[in-house]
Design a protein around this ligand. Sequence first.
Ligand SMILES: [Zn+2]
Length: 403
Amino acid sequence: MFRHALDHFPALGEDTAEGLDDLPFLDHRRARAWYRPPADGSRCFSSTGTSGHPKRLAWAPEEDAWYVGEKQALFGPWLAGLSRAFVSLAVGHNAGSARQVLEGLGLEVHDAGLSPLDEQCSAIAAREPEVLYCSPSILARLVDRLRDRSGAPREGGRPGSIRRVITNGEVLFPSVRARAQEFFGIGAAHLMDTYGSTEIGTIATTCPACGAYHFLDGLYPEPVPPEVALPSAPADGPDAVVLAVSSVKRTSFPVVRLVTYDVVQGLRRQVCGGVSRFTMDRVLGRCDDLLNYGELFSSFELADLIRRRFPVARWYAFNPRNDLALVIEGVEPPDFRDLLRDRFPLHSRLSDLGLVDEPRIRFVRDFDAFAARAGLAATVEGKEPRHVLTVTPDPSWFDEEVP
Ligand SMILES: [Zn+2]
């Protein structure tokens, strides 16, 4: 790992460094210099992953090749004997390669791309895919709509063809996993969640045998020390840590003690199937102001939009799962929802298609009273408060407000 780091990214080294532990953690400030326009032949993606600020990130052709090959090695044995797959991943690195991954395994693939939710449900009913490969947000919407269309929540009507579900791109919350397993009538071992990032590629996947997440070979995960980043919510528990990852695979971007800002639980080594693997129990969420709301929804741009329109207003973004609620101080002007739509055209399109929920927006006149009822710090002396909170706003917090 250390050798790979110095061979490919000598600028990371320090004269006194003798091992990986001597290299500093690559936090979002230090990583910024490595986000570059792509060289010839590379594909380019946008990531908000390490600071909330959209950045361009290149993948060289040989890196793409291992990315695809690695997914095929993971899915191949698990999908053996199945022949039809349905893909709905919206946009991003993973969406761009899913067809190649599955077709390379001999499956017939229908990629729904950016099509309306109802059309996707009809395609599932007509094509009877055995494999569903989608983001957790889209999975949740598909299950709800397919259930509505079947008219019978428990018996009949469910697409009985589905045998395997693969999720990718956002945190898979236990409630979404449980609803999908129940609806499709599959066990936990038949829903594989893959956790990764645009910077690193696939990081870990759930194990059909033990249910925990195992890290892929060639990756070295470690907890970030508190002076670099801290889990944000006390409710995350004593064994929650912020994850850093090193990789011997990336050659055009340094995944060397790269701070992911993801909070994970139960990071350890564990023997599974006779092999000792880096393992964790689950991804809890983020420890920074990044929003989990589909792809490419930047909290930086959201802050900029709010600051321009309401220079002195305080605000919070509530992002408990993969949905979004905004609470802003003041009175809502008639053009705000249009401004928000224009600023995030991809999300407007995804919500028009029914693939993500629209953001819920509330303006409150007495922000101090709102913050007090919510138990939130409205201002922090000398330091801007975090805007993104991972809780669901309680209706009682709005009690004094005229609806
Ligand atoms: Zn296992």
